[in-house]
Design a protein around this ligand. Structure first.
Ligand SMILES: [Mn+2]
Length: 300
């Protein structure tokens, strides 16, 4: 059925068809175009959470995610929603080979024995009816409860469940720093024109500043709403995605974790063997690794 979705709903790319065949038949998967690095020597975590990959869109940072998957292993991996962007795929079919390579790596991981739990988000909600089922070794669930090595109970969900509460502020989440700087430039242009027309000064940046402040408030409010829902369920904390903002905060005794996204931040959340958790910033990890090489190359 996962195969039907891949094959029928979103197009007939050869790679997707053969992946779908692999999922349903347990045959050898078609080889990835970017060869997988050996699993030996990978950083090993107890648990890894990723979300908001948005496969099927140009926004997906596939190269970095492939590098992440080839560098890190875990006993359990949670895919916390918006992994495949069905919304966008329905409008325009976009599926480069690297996106297949990511699906290939995830399926391969399941075969090697990693427990993989896929919690569909709003962009891959077409997989939600399959909750409770398992495809290619990947469990599909509406939400999950994770127990850390030190015994904390965490609720794992995508997080769009809270959009109804946040609806009036939702669009503000997309207002960012770049928009603020652009609006300052625009403000300047607008006021040059207004001055020539003899009109008084009008502050667009003041308005933009207000919007950015609202966006920051939106994120803060969202985090609080999600943490409160977790507290009401009597768990120690919550792991979610959805708002593309990796974060760890405490609301009273309740832990709030957001594993970020692979469109802008390229973050993952990881649990060590002792239950300690941390947010991984993959562009930073790659930069650290490349510093000695690039600095000498650039100096030469
Ligand atoms: Mn989402």
């Amino acid at each position: 059925m996962f195969g039907d979705y891949l094959d029928g709903d979103i197009g007939n790319g050869d790679g997707i068809a053969s992946l779908a065949e692999y999922v349903s038949s347990h045959a050898e998967p078609p080889p990835p175009t970017v060869p997988e690095r050996s699993p030996e020597g990978r950083r090993k975590y107890r648990t890894v959470w990723i979300s908001d990959v948005h496969l099927g869109t140009k926004g997906c940072n596939a190269q970095l995610l492939i590098d992440f998957l080839d560098s890190v292993d875990s006993e359990t991996m949670y895919l916390v929603g918006d992994i495949i962007d069905g919304w966008r795929l329905k409008k325009k079919f976009y599926w480069p080979p690297e996106h297949n390579d990511i699906v290939w790596r995830i399926l391969k991981r399941a075969r090697r024995g990693t427990r993989i739990v896929y919690i569909p988000g709003n962009h891959d909600e077409m997989l939600r009816p399959f909750s409770g089922m398992s495809f290619g070794g990947i469990e599909i669930q509406r939400a999950a409860f994770h127990e850390t090595a030190d015994g904390r109970r965490l609720m794992v969900l995508h997080g769009d469940e809270f959009d109804a509460i946040m609806l009036s502020h939702r669009w503000l989440a997309f207002v960012g720093d770049a928009a603020y700087h652009l609006s300052m430039t625009l403000s300047h242009v607008v006021n040059v024109v207004r001055r020539r027309l003899g009109l008084p000064y009008w502050s667009l940046s003041k308005m933009a500043k207000h919007k950015v402040k609202n966006a920051v408030e939106f994120i803060g409010k969202y985090e609080e709403v999600v943490a409160r829902a977790a507290a009401e369920r009597g768990v120690d904390g919550v792991v979610c995605g959805h708002i593309h903002t990796a974060e760890h905060r405490m609301f009273g005794d309740t832990e709030y974790w957001n594993d970020g996204d692979w469109v802008e931040g390229c973050n993952a959340l990881a649990e060590h063997a002792d239950g300690r958790m941390e947010i991984l910033n993959w562009p930073e990890e790659v930069a650290k690794r490349q510093v000695p090489v690039t600095s000498t190359a650039e100096a030469a």
